[in-house]
Design a protein around this ligand. Structure first.
Ligand SMILES: [Zn+2]
Length: 723
């Protein structure tokens, strides 16, 4: 993608992609105890970035010499580094804006970040080059231990920026809309959010795009159904807009994984904590107070009502029956107990009471935060957005927890927006909208640059004119390997749910049957609706069908073959995101329970059909995939197996596919499958052929299960990927 003007991190990423130099990176890194988005380079190094200088602008950035590398302390080793920031004007003249030399080996006072705040007013209107250069003065003695760190440079227009609002974005994990008193719930669970809604806009029909944290939050933050590591984020827009201070305080390891490893740009600082809402809200307020008038954006994520419930009595049992003595408590056993059908009506009521009590606990904390912002005169200068990553099922369809299905109790989320100066106060909007619309709306209100990659649309036109607004249909995907893979399309009147394993379709009339009780998929009267929704759902799935690993089988005209493809992981790297492509209904796609093998089987004609999947690439040696392809009960000969874009064949059948070398570097693989232009599957004269290829980058590979075990995290830390 083309980076937005003055989206320096985007430009640096593009530079790295073509620079062919080791140890260049843009990422979150900790130096001298501060987590920042950095451009890290060897020394010497120099890069020129196009810059369009607005009026009255200042350039802010910070520099430091890297203090650790692969867990090695560099403070006693690194050479001195001279940092130079200059502007190369259209005339060719080079103006040095700042020069600092940091010698961390010899001067302990240099073991810190040096903040630079540079006046660009005299260059207003120029299209110039910003040059970031580092050298070692004198003779280097430890060039392999010396690295320059540049924090994200940003342009700020102090006068103009002062008029733009701050951002407070809050997501509550597993918060179903109909348990908020603001949404008509009988218990007083959310008085503060009710008040926020009365001062803002409440969307009564907002639907998320996934029923699990992964991938819902990455979809929300990228405004994309299938985000990749290249997808710009909310944070990309905040950077491009020059919002000087950005921070996330979050409780959820999956979200931490996304923000620290997978998200393009990310916040200046991400605090991943195991705190309850009270501490997160208090830390958020302290951080806001520390900004002392600078414009800021703060993202908070609460986990208190995600089972197992952690808010203790008395707050945590506010709505519970004091006489309850059953098994529902504070452990993960609740999910197991519920799914094994062990819970009776009293147990279910207790689970719901703990959930509701936790929601009130969160609400009490945000009440304090909102009141503090009001008292400081900041609330009217801040855009406040509150939503959830997904809902929660309380046995609505016989189950407890989320990710299990795509019914509304898992997809219907709160969405409350308080605009600066309480514009449109008290609006209640019934037009169906989507979670991927949140970021385009935030960007619109903040006056920040949008990106063409955003698939959602701003909600401001709907807010201004709800009567004439068109409903937005919701595409949802349940991609967690613990549950069947599912897709759904929800229009204003109907929902189609498609289940992959085993294949099944359900159709609901949401007007006559909002509880989704009566499946109309087999009803002849609903045939036309079903066909129409299925075609549109296929359209949403199409990006999946052109990314990741792809398998297609095709038989000569006039023949039918029984084809089976079995792919088994030779190590612990998971197969994820399976989907059948163009499949006839009798075919089957089966992911093993441990997600280490996938099998597809079906009758194949001259129309190519097959499946797709992704593989979660680990940070360790690759054992590869063993691939076995059969037709009519016999192994296919190698010449009937077509690999990659150039009609190559494996040396044997079955065969092993391996990634060789660093998984972060493209296309070290054997045999080569990587294709930028996919092959066109055609049957050989002799019989069935099966094609296998792989499309890099566009695949939503980052949506796999993050490594949360301590050993893997230790490795990641050693590599500098996580703190
Ligand atoms: Zn979640």
């Amino acid at each position: 993608m083309a980076a937005a003007t003055n989206d320096f991190l985007g430009l640096l990423r593009e530079h790295i992609a073509t620079a062919d130099r080791l140890f260049l990176s843009v990422r979150s890194a900790v130096a001298y105890g501060r987590s920042r988005q950095v451009f890290s380079t060897p020394v010497p190094y120099s890069v020129d970035l196009p810059i369009s200088v607005p009026p009255d602008a200042r350039l802010r950035l910070a520099v430091a010499t890297r203090d650790t590398f692969f867990m090695e302390d560099l403070t006693g080793r690194a050479d001195p580094v001279r940092f130079t920031v200059s502007l190369v004007r259209p005339s060719g003249e080079t103006v040095v804006l700042a020069e600092r030399t940091l010698a961390i080996r010899d001067r302990p006072a240099d073991r810190r970040w040096i903040e630079l705040n540079l006046d660009l007013a005299r260059f207003a209107g120029e299209q110039a080059q910003l040059r970031l250069a580092s050298v070692t003065p004198g003779t280097p003695t430890a060039p392999d231990k010396t690295f320059a760190l540049w924090s994200r440079p940003y342009l700020v227009q102090p006068a103009a920026s002062h008029e733009q609002p701050n951002l407070l974005f809050i997501t509550i994990d597993a918060c179903r809309a109909d348990h908020l008193s603001a949404y008509g719930y009988a218990r007083p669970t959310t008085p503060a959010l009710d008040r926020l809604a009365s001062e803002g806009i409440r969307f009564t029909r907002a639907y998320t795009n996934a029923p699990m944290t992964v991938p819902s939050l990455s979809q929300i933050l990228t405004s994309r159904y299938f985000p990749t590591q290249a997808s710009p984020t909310l944070m990309s827009s905040l950077f491009a807009a020059g919002v000087p201070r950005t921070k996330a305080i979050i409780r959820n390891p999956y979200l931490e994984f996304f923000l620290k490893l997978a998200a393009r740009d990310s916040f200046d600082s991400v605090s991943s904590v195991t705190w309850r809402a009270d501490r997160i809200a208090a830390k958020g307020l302290a951080w806001i107070d520390a900004q002392r008038g600078d414009r800021w954006a703060l993202y908070l994520h609460f986990l208190d009502i995600h089972t197992p419930y952690r808010v203790r009595p008395p707050e945590g049992t506010r709505f519970a029956d004091p006489a309850y003595r059953g098994p529902v408590g504070y452990g993960w056993g609740d999910v197991e107990g519920a799914q094994q059908g062990k819970y009776d009506a009293a147990d279910r009521a207790q689970a719901m009471a703990l959930y509701d009590s936790g929601l009130r606990f969160i609400d009490d904390q945000v009440a304090g935060l909102f009141d503090a912002l009001r008292a400081r005169g900041l609330l009217d200068r801040t855009l406040v957005v509150v939503s959830a990553d997904h809902g929660e099922e309380f046995w609505d369809h016989g189950s407890f927890f989320h990710g299990v299905s795509l019914y509304d109790e898992q997809l219907h989320v709160p969405l409350i927006i308080r605009l600066p100066h309480a514009a449109h106060a008290g609006s209640v909007i019934d037009v169906p909208v989507r979670s991927i619309d949140i970021v385009p709306t935030i960007v619109d209100v903040l006056g920040a640059p949008s990106f063409p990659e955003f698939e959602g649309e701003t909600l401001l036109p709907i807010i201004a004119n709800p009567a004439t607004a068109a409903p937005r249909e919701d595409f949802a995907r349940a991609a967690n390997n613990a549950y069947p893979q599912r897709f759904a399309l929800r229009t204003a009147t109907h929902k189609l749910i498609l289940t992959q394993q085993p294949f099944g379709e359900s159709l609901f009339d949401l007007v006559a049957d909002p509880g989704e009780r009566h499946d109309l998929a087999a009803d002849p009267a609903a045939r036309a609706v079903l066909d129409g929704l299925r075609t549109r759902l296929d359209g949403y799935r199409a990006p999946y069908w052109s990314a990741g690993f792809q398998v297609r089988a095709v038989a000569p005209p006039g023949t039918t073959a029984d084809v089976e493809v079995a792919i088994t992981s030779n190590d612990d790297q998971l197969v994820v995101n399976p989907d059948r492509v163009g499949g006839d209904r009798p075919d089957t796609l089966q992911l093993a329970r441990d997600s280490l093998a996938i099998t597809w089987r079906g009758p194949v004609t001259d129309r190519p059909i097959g499946f797709r999947f992704d593989r979660v690439m680990g940070f360790h040696d690759d054992g590869g995939l063993t691939i076995r392809m059969r037709a009519n009960g016999a192994d296919l000969p190698p010449e009937a197996i077509v690999l990659g874009p150039d009609d190559q064949h494996p040396p044997a059948s079955p065969f092993v596919y391996k990634v060789i070398g660093p998984t972060k570097v493209k296309a070290h693989e054997e045999p080569a499958l990587l294709a930028t232009t996919p092959p066109t599957p055609t049957a050989g004269s002799g019989g069935v052929r099966v094609y296998l290829w792989r499309v890099l980058e566009q695949a939503p590979a980052a949506l796999g299960t993050p490594p949360t075990d301590e050993k893997t995290r230790e490795r990641l830390r050693a590599l500098g990927y996580v703190e």
